[in-house]
Design a protein around this ligand. Structure first.
Ligand code: G6P
Length: 662
C-alpha cells in the first residue's frame, strides 16, 4: 500500500501564526523571513544525509557526530533542530560544509536537548544558501523538518499554501512539508498522524524527518523511495540515511520499508503503514568495522580505502565456496531450476558499478555462454528492454540506494525478470527488492570516488559468473575451484601492486598540468580504461577519456598530439590469441604521434618495454581477472593528481556518494 493522495484539497490554513515563539537561528530568519522569496525555479534537494535521535545523551553531539559520518552524502549546507526537555525547539543551519555549522554552534551553542534531527544537503537545483539549508520550519516555528529527495508536486502545494497566506522562507520543496504538517497538527492530528496525512499528498521520492516543539523525546519520519534506517539502542534510538551515522552507538538496525512512517522515542520505535497499521519488522546487525569511519593516519579516506583493497577483496571471497565446492550467495530466493532456465543476463548499474558490470559481461559470456548485456541504469527502462521471466537482471550498487538502479530493477521485476543484487550495504533498498543478493564486503566506503567497492564488485561479478556456470553445468566443480583459487590469489597480488605505487605518485607530478589524459584497453582492459578516466574526471576535474584501444584509429586518435599522456592497459601475453600484440601495436600508434605512454603490463612482459615512457608492472593473472590489479595504479594516479591540483580528494565538487534521484 502506498501513501495515497486523498484528494482533499482543503485550502484553509487554520490559525497561521506569525509569532515565532521558539528559539531559532535568528540570522537565517531575520534575513529571509521578512521578505517573501519569489519562486523562480524549483530548488530540489537530493542525496542528503539525514539523522534523528531520541535518548539521554546530548542530542547535539550525537546529531553532529552522525552528520560528520554522513557528510560524504552531501556537503553544500548543514543544519540541526533540537527539542529540549522542556519542549523548546531550537535550530541552526548554514550553507557550506559541516565545519561552517560547527563553528556557528561553537559561537552560539543551542540549549541542551535529548532529541534532535540533522541534515547535510546536496542540492540539485537552487543555491546552497542558509535559508535553503534544512531544517525548515512552519510559520509558527513549532515544527522542524528535514528531507532527502524530491517532492514533485511541491509547486502546486506551495501555491495552495501561499494562496492561504503562508509566507515561504526558502526556495525549497521541503518547506511545504513543514507548513502542511503544522496545518494537520492544528487540525488535531498527532505528529505521526500528521506525517501520514501529509505524505499522502506528496508525489515523488522522499525521506522526511520531523520534530515538534512541546514534544520532547519524539521524532517522526516517513520514507518513499529514499533511504532511511533505524538504529536500536538501549534507552536511545536513531534514524539515519545509512547505518554509518549510528555505528558509534549501536550495531542493531531496523529496516524501514517503503511507504512506512516511523514514530521514534528513546524507548520504542513504531513502524506503521499509510493507514496507521503496524508493519512487520526486520532487524539486522551492522558488521562494518568502526575503523572504516576514520582516516586511520591517511590524509584522505580515498587513500585509506585504496590501501584497504586487499582485505576488501579477501573478505568478499571469504566463505563463498561451500564445503561441497558450491558457491554460496547471501540471499537466494531463486531455485536452481530457475537459474537453469535463464537465457539472458542483463546487468544494470551506474558510474563505477557500471564499469564492474562491463567486466562481468566478459566473464559471464566466457564462463557460462549466456548472452549478457550491460546497460546504464539511467537508460535501461527508457529503451523498453526485451526482458522476461528467463532474464536474469543483475543490479550492481555500492550504496544499494541509487535511484536510477532501483528504478531499472523495479522495471525489470515488472516485466517478470529475476533480479540479483550485488551490493555493499546491508539493509538498503536494492537488495531488499531483489530475488537474490551477493554482498560485497568492502566495508564502509566514504570517499565519493569508489575504489575498494569497485574491486569487490568485480570479485562479486566473477563469483556470480562462476555460480551461473556451475549451476548450468558449463563449468565443472574443479574448473570453478581453479577459478576460485585464481581469485584467492588476488588479495596478495593487489598488495604487491600497492607496494610499488611510488613511481605512479611521482608520475602525477609530471602530468598535473596536462589538459587531457587518455586511457586505452582491449577486452576487460577497456572497462578498466573507462574506470581510470572516470576517476580522473571525478576528483582531479580533468578531461579524461577511456577508449577501446582498437577504436582509437576510428576517431579518438585525432586527439593525440605531442605530450598527451596516454595510459594503456596491456592484456597478459599468455592470454587470448593476438590480443596482446594488437595492444602493443596501439601503443606504437599513439607514441608515433607524440603521446607520452604510461603502460600497465604484466611482470615479465618484455614486448612493451621499447614503447613505454613509463612502465607500471602488475603481477600476472588470468586475463579476465586483470582489472582487479590494473585498476589500482589508475586509482592511485587519480588521487595523487587531485591532491596535487589542490582539490578535495574525498568530496569532489558537484558529486555525491549516494545519488537518490533519477
Ligand atoms: C554516484 C557516485 C559514483 C558511483 C555511482 C553508483 O554517481 O558518484 O561514484 O559509482 O553513484 O553508485 P552505487 O552506490 O549505485 O554503486
Amino acid at each position: 500500500m502506498r501513501f495515497g493522495n486523498n484528494g482533499s484539497n482543503r485550502s484553509h490554513i487554520s490559525s497561521v501564526k506569525t509569532v515565532r515563539s521558539v528559539l531559532t537561528d535568528t540570522r537565517t530568519h531575520r534575513t529571509h523571513r521578512t521578505h517573501r522569496i519569489r519562486q523562480t525555479r524549483p530548488s530540489l534537494v537530493a542525496m542528503c544525509g539525514i539523522v534523528g535521535y531520541a535518548g539521554q545523551r546530548p542530542a547535539i553531539d550525537v546529531v553532529v557526530g552522525a552528520l560528520r559520518r554522513l557528510e560524504y552524502r552531501g556537503y553544500d549546507s548543514a543544519g540541526v533542530a533540537l527539542v529540549g526537555r522542556a519542549g523548546t525547539l531550537s535550530t541552526m543551519k548554514r550553507a557550506g560544509k559541516l565545519a561552517v555549522l560547527d563553528e556557528a554552534l561553537a559561537r552560539s551553542p543551542l540549549p541542551e536537548a535529548g532529541t534532535g534531527i540533522g541534515h547535510t544537503r546536496w542540492a540539485t537545483h537552487g543555491a546552497p544558501t542558509d535559508p535553503n539549508a534544512h531544517p525548515h520550519l512552519d510559520e509558527s516555528g513549532t515544527v522542524a523538518v528535514i528531507h532527502n529527495g524530491i517532492i514533485e508536486n511541491f509547486a502546486v502545494l506551495r501555491r495552495e499554501l501561499e494562496d492561504s497566506g503562508v509566507s515561504m522562507a526558502s526556495e525549497t520543496d521541503t518547506e511545504v512539508v513543514a507548513h502542511l504538517l503544522a496545518r494537520s497538527l492544528s487540525d488535531g492530528a498527532d505528529l505521526a498522524q500528521a506525517m501520514r496525512q501529509v505524505v499522502g499528498r506528496l508525489h515523488g521520492a522522499f525521506t522526511l524527518v520531523a520534530v515538534r516543539a512541546g514534544e520532547p523525546g519524539r521524532v517522526v519520519a516517513a520514507r518513499r523511495n529514499s533511504p532511511l534506517v533505524v538504529g536500536l539502542g538501549e534507552g536511545e534510538n536513531f534514524l539515519a540515511s545509512d547505518v554509518s551515522a549510528f555505528m558509534d552507538y549501536t550495531r542493531t538496525a531496523l529496516e524501514v520499508g517503503d511507504d512506512t512512517v516511523v514514530d521514534l522515542t528513546a524507548d520504542q520505535v513504531v513502524l506503521t503503514d499509510p493507514a496507521g497499521r503496524p508493519v512487520p519488522r526486520r532487524e539486522f546487525t551492522v558488521d562494518w568495522d568502526l575503523e572504516a569511519a576514520e582516516k586511520g593516519g591517511h590524509e584522505y579516506f580515498m587513500l585509506k580505502e585504496i590501501a584497504e583493497q586487499p582485505k576488501a577483496v579477501a573478505d568478499t571471497l571469504l566463505g563463498r565456496l561451500g564445503p561441497d565446492g558450491r558457491l554460496v550467495l547471501d540471499e537466494m530466493r531463486l531455485s536452481e531450476s530457475e537459474i537453469r532456465d535463464i537465457d539472458k543476463v542483463v546487468i544494470t548499474a551506474c558510474g563505477t558499478a557500471f564499469h564492474a558490470g562491463l567486466v562481468a559481461k566478459y566473464a559471464i559470456e566466457h564462463w557460462t555462454r549466456i548472452p549478457c548485456e550491460v546497460e546504464m541504469a539511467s537508460e535501461f527502462r527508457y529503451r523498453d528492454p526485451i526482458i522476461d521471466r528467463q532474464t536474469l537482471v543483475v543490479a550492481i550498487s555500492q550504496s544499494g540506494e541509487t535511484m536510477d538502479t532501483l528504478m531499472a530493477l523495479r522495471h525489470a521485476r515488472e516485466q517478470g525478470a529475476r533480479v540479483l543484487a550485488i551490493c555493499n550495504t546491508n539493509g538498503s533498498t536494492i537488495p531488499r527488492e531483489s530475488d537474490a543478493v551477493l554482498y560485497t564486503r568492502a566495508g564502509l566506503e566514504i570517499a565519493v570516488a569508489s575504489t575498494k567497492a569497485f574491486l569487490t564488485q568485480l570479485v562479486a561479478c566473477y563469483l556470480v559468473a562462476l555460480y551461473l556456470g556451475q549451476v548450468r553445468g558449463t563449468q565443472w566443480g574443479d574448473e570453478v575451484a581453479a577459478n576460485v583459487a585464481a581469485l584467492s590469489d588476488l588479495p596478495a597480488k593487489v598488495d604487491r601492486v600497492l607496494e610499488t605505487m611510488q613511481p605512479v605518485r611521482e608520475l602525477a607530478k609530471d602530468y598535473a598540468a596536462a589538459s587531457s589524459v587518455l586511457f586505452l584497453g582491449r577486452h576487460v582492459g577497456y572497462p578498466t580504461a573507462l574506470e581510470g578516466a572516470l576517476k580522473l574526471k571525478e576528483i582531479a576535474y580533468m578531461h579524461a577519456e577511456g577508449f577501446p584501444a582498437g577504436e582509437l584509429k576510428h576517431g579518438p586518435i585525432a586527439l593525440v598530439e605531442a605530450g598527451v599522456p596516454v595510459f594503456v592497459v596491456v592484456p597478459s601475453p599468455r592470454g587470448r590469441g593476438s590480443l596482446h600484440d594488437k595492444v602493443v601495436s596501439n601503443i606504437q600508434e599513439v607514441r608515433a604521434r607524440g603521446a607520452l605512454t604510461v603502460v600497465i603490463a604484466e611482470e615479465g612482459d618484455d614486448a612493451v618495454v621499447p614503447y613505454a615512457d613509463h612502465l607500471v608492472r602488475i603481477p600476472a593473472s588470468p586475463t579476465l581477472l586483470q582489472p582487479v590489479l590494473a585498476t589500482v595504479p589508475l586509482q592511485v594516479f587519480a588521487a595523487e593528481m587531485a591532491a596535487l591540483r589542490g582539490f578535495d580528494v574525498d568530496q569532489p565538487r558537484n558529486l555525491a556518494k549516494s545519488v537518490t534521484v533519477e
